[in-house]
Design a protein around this ligand. Structure first.
Ligand SMILES: Nc1ncnc2c1ncn2[C@@H]1O[C@H](COP(=O)(O)OP(=O)(O)OP(=O)(O)O)[C@@H](O)[C@H]1O
Ligand SMILES: [Mg+2]
Length: 263
């Protein structure tokens, strides 16, 4: 059954997009069919696959507004089993554009995905660094949310804010939304701060923190600059290996849950 996973944290630069790209590519590498949806006007998720987003006509923007069929916005990538729906800067004005339209503003993405779910094993959503309308649409549409936590200052404040937003969505719009896990990113074993943040997160959310930790690794920004997921650029790098392990953990968690339900 298709699982929709949002990658969210309103704090900027914590590796949401890096995680969305590399988790999607790793799930596809493991034979799952994956759709990556960019919900961030910065458009970096599709750029990470070398797609030029500046002049694209069919993006998530038109899909959310109900102007085009979602299938028209789907683009192939260099990774087998992995497709992407890009975003570009036009998406940033969607909250104003919908004012005079007869659209439920919180359910735009959920509505768009209804017929698409049967085509994929996983739909991964890259969220913008805010708690606004686009982020809300992602949480309303999702089954799970993965929260990347950068091992840096103010990480815990950001976690408190995103948890508040998740409970709000669970209460008001999407009772099925579950926390898929906290993911420690840009971990640097040489710094005490990395160890401290990791210990705090594991102390508070033991069951919900992924065993896999993403290390700081130069192959990750290098691969983004070349428009490739790290698994295609440097398959044996620490970064690619970590994201492959994360994908295995995500699949294992899903399978364990399905077993529990089927008992
Ligand atoms: N494990 C890593 N090692 C080294 N650099 C990394 C790692 N993960 C992410 N980066 C770099 O950190 C920067 C921020 O990452 P990314 O764009 O994925 O964050 P984001 O949370 O999506 O940002 P935004 O909030 O702007 O959407 C990028 O330059 C990325 O290449
Ligand atoms: Mg991003």
């Amino acid at each position: 059954m298709c699982k929709i996973i949002a990658i969210a944290n309103q704090k900027g630069g914590v590796a949401k997009t890096t995680t969305a790209i590399n988790l999607s590519a790793s799930l596809a590498h493991l034979g799952r069919s994956v759709l990556l949806i960019d919900m961030d006007p910065q458009g970096n998720a599709a750029r990470g696959f070398g797609i030029d987003i500046s002049l694209l006509k069919n993006t998530i923007h038109q899909v959310l507004l109900g102007e085009i069929d979602i299938n028209r916005a789907i683009k192939k990538t260099a990774v087998l089993n992995l497709e992407v729906i890009p975003a570009n800067l036009k998406l940033s004005s969607i909250d104003i554009e919908i004012i005079h339209k007869d659209i439920n503003p919180f359910f735009m993405l959920k509505t768009a995905l209804v017929d698409l779910k049967k085509q994929y094993d996983y739909i991964i959503i890259d969220c913008p660094p805010s708690l606004g309308l686009l982020n809300l649409n992602a949480l309303v549409a999702a089954d799970r949310v993965i929260i990347p936590v950068q091992c840096e200052y103010f990480a815990m404040e950001a976690v408190a804010a995103i948890l508040g937003s998740i409970s709000n969505v669970q209460r008001e719009y999407n009772p099925n939304l579950e926390i898929g896990g906290f993911l420690l990113t840009m971990f640097d074993a040489k710094t005490r701060l990395s160890e401290e943040i990791s210990a705090q997160i594991r102390g508070l959310f033991k069951e919900k923190t992924f065993y896999t930790v993403i290390p700081r690794n130069v192959s990750i920004p290098e691969s983004s600059a070349l428009g490739l997921p790290t698994i295609l650029y440097r398959p044996t790098s620490a970064g690619a290996t970590a994201y492959l392990n994360l994908a295995k953990e995500v699949i294992d968690n899903e399978e364990r849950e399905e077993e529990t339900y089927s008992r």
